[in-house]
Design a binder for this molecule. Sequence first.
Ligand code: CA
Length: 617
Amino acid sequence: MKGFVLFLLLLAPAGLIAQQTPIERIEPPFWWAGFKNPALQLMIYGKNIGQTKVSILENKQKAIEITAIHTTENPNYLFIDLKFRAGIQPGFFTLNFTINNKLSASCKYELKARKPGSAQRKGFDNSDVIYLIMPDRFANGDTTNDAIPGMKQRAYRSNPDSLHGGDIKGITSHLDYLNDLGVTTLWMTPLIENNQPIYSYHGYSCTDYYKTDPRFGTNADYLELSDAIHGRGMKIIMDQVFNHCGSGHWWIKDLPSRDWLNQWPEFTRSNYRSGSMSDPYVSAADSLQFSRGWFDKTMPDLNQSNPYLRNYLIQNSIWWVEYAGLDGIRVDTYAYPFKDAMSEWGKRMLDEYPGFNMVGECWMNYPATVAYWQKGSHNRDGYISNLPAVFDFPMHDALIRAFNEKEGWDSGILRLYELISQDFSYPNPLNLVTFADNHDVNRFLDTQNDDVGKLKMAMAFILTTRGIPEFYYGTELLMTTGPDKGDGMKRKDVIGGWPGDERDAFTAAGRTEAENDMYNYMKNLLRYRKTSTALQTGKLLHFIPRDGIYTYFRYNKKNTVLVVMNNNDQQQNLETSRFHEMLGKFKSGKEIISGNEISDLSKLTVPAKSVLIIELH
Ligand code: CA
């Protein structure tokens, strides 16, 4: 019996006092004093908690006001609206829950002190290059968490769709590798708990919004990773999902309300047509199925038009920024949630953190449809987006075609020129996150018949044209998807990340000659980009491609960089008089990748299928 009592105490959240009505959860679990928004809505979960009355003890100078209490048709939930008086000090207060004037439950709630400068944080920006990591597949820094009692899946490396054992410590222990490579910002796919029986490795089926998955580590490990990243002058982006949770989420067994999820008479998938949200001719049926259909059977579709759920998700997002000191958020399936809720989310994030950056996965193939979602767009349907950055999916599409197609009037390298020419659609083209691949698509090398020259061209392009470049872990190691194009194969393990691997690709000695060549190509370019404000935020001027050669300049008052992309299979001798308006005032330059000095800019020799990046003097 004694053992049983102890077990219950261990399960109870910190701060709970003996009670008749067990409070199983209070979320957010704590908050901070001093946000611009003085309101906080607590979700309290416990048997029949909805039938209690709530009051606040230790409420010095009435610094906290209960402005409203909401119940739903499920008596096990209570939503408490609190308002904090300006200047409220950090500390604890006690919430008492009573039935018929008898104390039924009580808990302490903490308001922490915010870190100095927290509200002024600067999000990732054009000075950054983002490196995308799928933590389960990067490095296994702690084999003791590969199997955790109570977690439905354990590491089983030979199955590409299973958990492989990579974790937070695996990332923390390779920060020097990433720093040496020259990336500045890490985006990890979600590290949040995914206690799902299958596919739990990818992180997009959340089962607890406030908890790091124990197979990746603890919240403290995540904090340590964030501190270690910041310690190297790097930034951290968290991947958040508002559209759906996992079928194993604790809500699912006892939903706060029936409309917490978008429910259908029978399982109904989204039609995945993201463009329908901006389509002026959309039918109600298509629109409804897009945003209220489920992404997958194991991903219950959250109904963000429910005000409590909306608030819950927004507060959760703020909680992680404040808790982990984030520099940015990447939002999964951005167009799928109720779009007014996402607009409110963006506004509230920017109200608290005006310099912050968030990028949405708006997976559409045209600049016009992507631009609809960027903050500042003048949308004819009146939709106001508060999302500063969007992924440049149209560029991804253009990159795949550009180097494979035969040069023609509307094919080949022209794809890149025409794509960039449509930037008038975007309120802020500099805040596009550009990429050649990510965890959801085939690796770029696979789309180019494993041609490393074409991969280098793609990398040189995203690192020199406008935008904030992102590249996928292992690109620098020539990782491929291989013939089996399943999701698991797009997310292979890094060789050397696991004890007992045949070699360690994280070290120069452990890499093949070809891998070292690619690694050094990336390192060289990344190093240069760090020093070049022209490549980061400079203006762009480009010339219509001719004979398979695309030429553009990035420039500001201090610095001008000339980029020449030769998409031909032969070396070309480029006569440059056509570029006089940009080139006229320069006499010489230095090519960044080869290090060659160029004393005569009137003619340039451009090797087959390659890019020259020339800093002009
Ligand atoms: Ca592990």
